[in-house]
Ligand binder design. Structure first.
Ligand code: GDP
Length: 178
């Protein structure tokens, strides 16, 4: 069976749930007290989909963005190791925090300027289990994602909503190299 290796990096503000998304995808579990400093920095998971094995090599900023008090100048210094060779980037915001959606546009700009030119971009509106305190409308986020040709999905790492689907959709969008 054919094996595809896909490097995926996660970007987004601190606290939006990047490590939790990776943890849910790789371990199928959720730890509300996930330790930011030992959060996933590099993890892999292989899934079978349509007669192919898809090995995801996942890079998470693992709290390192916490060292940087102002975006984006400082971020630029640490970015390349996450971007390099990445086939896709998942940019995460928190549906209950409007400011994490606003800064998402900076992350997209940053990626477009400094990331690989053909990188597949996915936007994940995480914590969709918390709709009663929602600040970002799904429609607005979807419209924005469409405008930049990005994949869009609302996720919940806590309740395992759309996490596997997100990675499969990413894999579907990445062109085969053979
Ligand atoms: P990171 O800094 O972006 O890696 O975010 P973390 O994965 O450390 O998560 C930050 C906080 O949000 C933690 O307290 C998580 O338990 C919580 N969290 C993450 N994902 C979800 C989710 O889908 N729903 C809810 N309700 N909380 C979440």
């Amino acid at each position: 069976m054919a094996l595809r290796e896909l490097k995926v990096c996660l970007l987004g503000d601190t606290g939006v749930g990047k490590s939790s998304i990776v943890w849910r995808f790789v371990e199928d579990s959720f730890d509300p007290n996930i330790n930011p400093t030992i959060g996933a920095s590099f993890m892999t998971k292989t899934v079978q989909y349509q007669n192919e094995l898809h090995k995801f090599l996942i890079w998470d900023t693992a709290g390192q963005e916490r060292l940087h008090c102002f975006f984006p100048l400082q971020f630029r210094a640490l970015a390349p190791m996450y971007y390099r060779g990445s086939a896709a980037a998942i940019i995460v915001y928190d549906i209950t925090k409007e400011e994490t959606f606003s800064t998402l546009k900076n992350w997209v700009r940053e990626l477009r300027q400094h990331g690989p030119p053909s990188i597949v971009v996915a936007i994940a509106g995480n914590k969709c289990d918390l709709t009663d305190v929602r600040e970002v409308m799904e429609r607005d986020a979807k419209d924005y994602a469409d405008s930049i040709h990005a994949i869009f999905v609302e996720t919940s790492a806590k309740n395992a909503i759309n996490i596997n689907e997100l990675f499969i959709e990413i894999s579907r969008r990445i062109p085969s190299t053979d």
